[in-house]
Design a protein around this ligand. Structure first.
Ligand code: HAM
Length: 424
């Protein structure tokens, strides 16, 4: 039996290998260009924040805070946490940098890794990348619709065909408290069936029961007798929700009303949404409105709405659905060098190609013509440049067309100009 490797990656965390980088790049570039089109600017916040920020922001009754945070104590005794999501950090930055004085809404996007100590499974990791949007300082339902529209456009642009947008409104504290009373009463009548987590949730944060994936709890949730939050919305929340739906109708984004969509974060008010590819059980994107966090963090009474998309989940789905995208064209040229003198000259020549923005492959560690030609073949390049001892002395280089087999000898000073014409 082979000996176990001493070091392995941490459970639930993964290396992004060179062959997957193109997915990350493509998805990031798509997200970035659509977000920027809609007036979002990039913000980077630190990966570490004070633990208290997430306890307050994400919410101390959430699974994230109760079970999933990577906490650490610094040598100075500070309690810090690897961000499990972007939202609280972005709101902290909004307040800390006085962004309330800018024209509102302040629209910010972020990209990077987040960390949650979840049970690893397909599409669920402990370190994963999110592209996150926050639109801060806008009460109007148009902002909710725009966030959904952007995620929908990103996924459409990435060639997802059957997208399912689920949407709900969970109201404000005022209307939610009425609903909670009725809901608790209903759940108490089914208490013996609830899973142990939901028995705890019933005391701490009953609405989270609607998010439970346990089969026995699902039975209770799907019972037609269950009270629905939508029937308890106050007039203002009802009007806001209606308005979000009208905006979505206007921009022709199809949606399903999902009365059980409460989402696993404590801060939402009014709109919540998730986007799925086909009938996959893992959401690709999720978000909603959160009108209380800024005040809770000591800022003004400002509204906000946002959402995030999980990059690894998109990649997984792209691969599952066999979605292909046109990659930026790989290099069409391979530089072969034969002999010590040619190797030396090749280094300089390669640098000239880079300065002229022409991408060229090479394998300077190989010496034989056969090995280098076979690499060029594998890479599928159209042209091979051959620099041998004779060519160096003659100040020339050979351009070989790999498709026709034709060769020409050109002045080495003119090779970049020549090859540029060939690959045009
Ligand atoms: P979230 O629903 O927790 O929302 O995460 C957003 C997306 O991140 C999910 O839809 C999914 O694609 C991805 N995701 C979540 N957990 C995992 C995981 N363990 N492994 C892989 N991917 C995952 C938020 O994070 C909110 N901060 C969104 C938001 C912004 N709401 C308002 N503003």
């Amino acid at each position: 039996m082979s000996k176990k490797l001493k070091f392995q990656r941490i459970t639930g965390m993964h290396d992004i290998l060179p062959q997957d980088q193109k997915y990350f790049e493509k998805i990031y570039n798509t997200c970035k260009s659509i977000a920027e089109f809609y007036g979002f600017s990039k913000i980077d916040t630190p990966i570490l924040e004070e633990t208290e920020l997430f306890i307050k922001g994400t919410g101390d009754t959430t699974d994230i805070v109760q079970k999933e945070m990577y906490n650490l104590k610094t040598k100075g005794g500070d309690s810090l946490t690897l961000r499990p999501e972007f939202t609280p950090g972005v709101i902290r930055a909004y307040i800390e940098h006085g962004m309330k004085n800018l024209i509102q809404p302040v629209k910010l996007y972020s990209y990077g890794p987040v960390f949650r100590y979840e049970k690893p499974q397909t599409g669920r990791y402990r370190q994963f990348y999110q592209f996150n949007l926050e639109s801060i300082g806008e009460k109007n339902a148009v902002a909710d619709a725009q966030i959904i529209q952007i995620f929908y456009s990103i996924l459409s642009e990435l060639k997802f065909k059957k997208l399912i947008v689920k949407i709900n409104s969970i109201g404000e504290n005022r209307c939610r408290s009425n609903y909670k009373k009725v809901f608790i009463k209903y759940c108490q009548s089914k208490q013996s069936i609830l899973c142990s987590d939901c028995k705890r949730r019933l005391k701490e944060n009953p609405l989270r029961i609607l998010d439970c994936k346990e089969e026995k709890c699902q039975k209770i949730i799907n019972d037609s007798q269950i009270p629905q939050i939508i029937d308890y919305l106050c007039e203002e929340c009802h009007a806001h929700f209606k308005s979000v739906l009208e905006f979505l109708d206007e921009i022709e984004i199809p949606y399903f009303l999902d009365p059980y969509l409460v989402r696993g974060l404590d801060y939402y008010t009014k709109t919540t949404f998730e986007i799925f590819a086909d009938n996959n059980k893992n959401a690709l994107a999720g978000g909603g409105r959160y009108d209380n966090m800024i005040k809770l963090f000591g800022g003004d009474d400002r509204s906000a709405v946002g959402g995030a998309i999980g990059i690894e989940r998109i990649i997984l789905e792209m691969k599952n659905l066999d979605i292909k995208f046109s990659e930026t064209k790989d290099s069409q040229i391979f530089l072969i060098q034969l002999g010590e003198l040619a190797k030396k000259k090749s280094l300089k020549l390669l640098e000239s190609f880079r300065k002229n923005k022409v991408s060229v492959l090479e394998s300077f560690s190989q010496d034989s013509l056969k090995a280098q030609l076979s690499m060029a073949n594998k890479a599928g390049v159209k042209y091979v440049l051959i620099l041998g001892q004779k060519e160096v002395l003659d100040k020339t280089i050979i351009i070989k067309n790999m498709e026709s087999g034709q060769q020409e000898i050109v002045d080495i000073e003119k090779v970049i100009e020549k090859i540029k014409k060939h690959i045009k």
